[in-house]
Write a protein that binds this ligand. Sequence first.
Ligand code: GN1
Ligand code: MG
Length: 369
Amino acid sequence: MIDNILRNYNIEGTLINVKEIPSGNINKTYIAEFNENGETKKYLIQRINTNVFHEPYKLMKNIEGVTEYLRRQASLENDTSHKTLEIVKTKDRQLLTKVIEDEVSSYYRVYKYIDNSISYDKSTDLEVVYNTGKAFGNFQRLLNGYPMKNLTESIKDFHNTKKRFEKLVEDIKIDAYGRVMEVAPEIVFILKRADLCNLIVDRLGHEIPYRVTHNDTKVNNVMINKDTNDYLAVIDLDTVMPGSLLYDYGDGIRSTASNAAEDDTNLDNVYINMDLFKSYTKGFLSEMVDTISKEELNMMGESIRILTLELAIRFLNDYINGDTYFKINYKKHNLDRTRNQIKLVEDIENKLNEINKFIKDSYEELKRK
Ligand code: GN1
Ligand code: MG
């Protein structure tokens, strides 16, 4: 199958092997190796999940525009140590290959593999964590002038926490899989925090500016240089859309600074590791210090709590709805993920004063430099 897709591309050399790699909760990803005059060249092939992304062509247009712009901005700054994701077009210059599989259309895209890179699902190396924060800060800073009108919303209301909450409440009433009773404590936890869900959304476009944001700032969406621990490139650009800086920062800390994996069932392991939080925050702010507004700065700590709560809502909603959105490896995977994120919210609440103080202090320190 993948061999057939690759025939659509002008890739030099001979295909040696293709394997599927576990990566992300949404799309399917394969890695293909070609032999080109004795050298191995790698490519990533991804099947876009059209249950999640309804308009794959528009999505690829977003990615094309954003990556071209990023490349230009980085070269204007003479940045030669970092890379930008590179789309490989088909022989007839298309961004996607459409194939019919099981009587439905599937859409595949190809990217150049980023050599000498590694991505971590979890890293406790402070340098890697600093550079992960820096990578996403840099991404936002470089895209600061990107014309937002060129972007289509690839998933409507993606980080609209308020709508996520309302949808959960609706689906609890329907209880399509009879799972609601089982998750009563989790529901109560979330319902008590209804007001939190409005804090960013209600201010977006007023006190909090729209920016071009990544919206999926998981630690494994940054490719790290194997030799230097510097970041190489930000990947997984499907959700690049107008959003808030707070989405990227809050979700970044949620993912990178948690002491445990997102689905660790030993909840004693699940808390914000303050060393990781500090390194990430310094990295992010080192890029955004001259761009960030006062209101955004004041909300950074709170955004960690909101984005973590939002993901708890999404995992729980998917569990209640019979697990149709996130890939699961076993029956209660989404429930375990929910409990994990809820534990993280609790821990963030306990540390919020300390978190806020650190953000303020490091901003002021960077400003003095
Ligand atoms: C999904 O595909 P992946 O794993 O990068 C999800 C994110 C969640 C994340 C949680 C399009 O990201 O929003 O935060 O899972 N992406 C989409 O692991 O829904
Ligand atoms: Mg993703």
